[in-house]
Ligand binder design. Structure first.
Ligand SMILES: Nc1ncnc2c1ncn2[C@@H]1O[C@H](COP(=O)(O)OP(=O)(O)OP(=O)(O)O)[C@@H](O)[C@H]1O
Ligand SMILES: [Mg+2]
Length: 310
């Protein structure tokens, strides 16, 4: 069960379209959206009550950094992730600079393809569960004898439906093609694999394994396939510390491990049943998690995130 703890949204003078677990989506006009990443954090599908300082800025600025790396490879939706630039395009946001700085991205609005474009470089999560039970992924056979977290010889494109409620369902490429069209499906697969392979090579040089990730694409107002949403962030991907990698077990999470360890201990102690409402988080856990997000940003981009530099 997904749960969203209500919090006061700093009201922006824009129509609020949607609240996700982590992000708020605002309409600017028919052609543009403003995505604002909060400092909310979820673990085991439950959104915590505490905020993780800088997390929203890390998600937005890491996406922006990746999109700049891939600009020649794929058309993407970003217009700006710089607060002053955004305000110069949307002066009504000037009084709300503190709310958007670092965490907001002004985007081209698209018609979203209703498919999560998952790429898996390593077998983990729902793919591992299905493989362990049936030897398959989305019903299709995988090689025998894979261990948990082992690396696939080459990354697998593993689409899923976008479930409004409950968990996404892994689907075959054929099913995806029947939903959105053969050539669109082939193009989304090509771009997903290309961006993932380039991204994971960059991250691997910097000590982070991107085990898998989820992309979203939309059709722009000009009809072109466009990479949207967040890209290769810890929230849309599994980041593993490369120096701790060992197949045959689940891997620690680069970003959320302190949080997961704490929640596991609370569960084992019988103080939490694993569902909303979450237990309160000690300051050390909040701080350790914030540090991990900032570290992921610094390692991948080579720069320290400073909100004012955005
Ligand atoms: N350029 C774009 N055009 C249209 N829709 C977009 C664009 N970029 C992102 N979106 C949509 O914005 C929404 C982001 O909100 P979403 O509910 O996914 O937030 P979230 O914080 O990721 O939460 P959750 O964990 O529940 O997915 C998604 O539905 C995504 O498809
Ligand atoms: Mg989302």
């Amino acid at each position: 069960m997904t749960s969203v703890t209500p919090t006061a949204v700093d009201k922006l003078p824009l129509r609020h379209l949607r609240r996700g677990k982590v992000r708020e989506v605002y309409e600017v006009d028919d052609e543009r959206l403003l995505l604002v990443a909060s400092d909310r954090v979820s673990a085991f599908d439950v959104v915590m009550n505490e905020r993780i300082p800088h997390k929203g800025a890390v998600l937005t600025q890491l996406t922006a950094w990746w999109l700049r790396q891939f600009a020649a490879t794929v058309r993407h939706h970003m217009l700006s992730a710089n607060a002053d630039e955004i305000i110069s395009m949307l002066p009504a946001l000037a009084p709300h600079r503190a709310t958007i700085v670092g965490r907001a991205m002004l985007c081209m609005r698209t018609d979203v393809f209703p498919v999560e474009c998952v790429v898996r470089g390593y077998i983990s999560g729902s793919a591992w569960k299905e493989y362990r039970a049936h030897g398959t992924l989305a019903g299709e056979a995988l090689p025998a004898g894979l261990e948990e977290s082992s690396r696939f010889p080459s990354p697998l494109f593993s689409p899923a439906t976008k479930a409004e409620v409950g968990h996404d369902e892994n689907i075959t490429f054929e099913r995806m093609a029947s939903m959105i069209g053969d050539s669109e499906a082939a193009e989304l697969r090509r771009l997903s694999l290309l961006v993932y392979e380039r991204g994971r090579a960059i991250a691997a040089e910097r000590g982070i394994i991107i085990a898998d990730t989820k992309f979203e694409f939309g059709q722009g107002r000009d009809g072109r396939v466009t990479l949207i949403d967040e890209v290769l962030t810890p929230d849309s991907s599994r980041f593993w510390p490369a120096d701790r990698y060992a197949p045959g077990r689940s891997q620690p999470s680069f970003d959320k491990q302190p949080l997961r360890d704490y929640l596991d201990a609370e569960r084992r102690a019988g103080r939490w049943n694993g569902e909303a409402p979450p237990p309160p988080l000690p300051d050390e856990v909040v701080h350790a998690t914030s540090t991990r997000y900032l570290d992921a940003y610094r390692r991948i981009t080579g720069h320290t995130l400073t909100t004012e530099s955005t």
